[in-house]
Write a protein that binds this ligand. Sequence first.
Ligand code: FO1
Length: 314
Amino acid sequence: MTSVAVLCGGVGAARLLAGLVRTVPPAGVTAVVNTGDDMELHGLAISPDLDTVVYTVAGAVDPQRGWGLRDETWNAMAALERYGGATWFSLGDRDLATHLYRTQRMREGAPLSTVTGEIARAWGLELTVLPVTDDRVRTMLTIAPEAGEEGGREIGFQDYFVARRHAVPVSRVRFAGADEARPAPGVLEALTGADAVIIAPSNPIVSIGPLLAVPGVREAVAGRRESVVAISPLVGGRALKGPADRLMRELGHEDSVVGVARLYAPLAGTLVIDRADAELADEVRAAGLRCVVTDTIMRGPAEAAALCGVALGL
Ligand code: FO1
């Protein structure tokens, strides 16, 4: 059976996985998912990228937002307004059940990877969904100082992404806790043992970056570079969703498929780029990767499945 391990962030990775499980047997797929976006809010353990992967592959995600559940209601958030509670991060009524369950199970001592397995199975998923680590890793971003402040101000990922709508320039990104983190059980086995590894079209800086910052992960991927294929999250120099292009530029990388190629050169033998970037294919090859040009925009699972087929050379 073909086994595939996928390095995943949020929405783009989840959409790819929804196609991958139609391309190869789901039981052979392992998603290694970013937890740097995780946060505690209302006393709840919230893991946005893990939930986005589970909800999307289960066909339950809200298609417009790309996160949270379809047909959601927001009564708890509305009721929280009465108290002036934190409603900047919208938690739907049914989505809350996921956070309540995960929080309770982790309070009972279950590691995040165990709880994630329970949640994935409860949604009927056959693929394996793993947090990259069971230890606490938090993506922290330094933004320009506010009036009167000395030096940059460091904020958490959801503050940057949601509260400030990622509309602030970033001068530094770090993954607090990564140095002490250990890969979750099964992560290194999947990354070294799978027939192929895909780096999903996620934000290279804040979605793939945290995965590679967990000791052992970068080495496991680089060690099998020839059977690693990355899919560019940029099309025509732009991110389809989120701040990937801006973050790359702000942190000194070229915001193009060539910049992505240079970032991934030590890790992936192949980069898949969109037809819109066909004229840059030779520059990608000059960075030392094979380059495959195809349609990379996934409007639904069928396009995602086709993209996976191309990426896996099926
Ligand atoms: N993104 C938003 O832009 N606004 C929100 O209010 C919001 C709430 C939210 C709740 C649960 C969840 O799993 C994801 C949520 N997201 C929201 C998306 C989230 O910030 C991103 O999906 C990831 O952190 C980045 O991929």
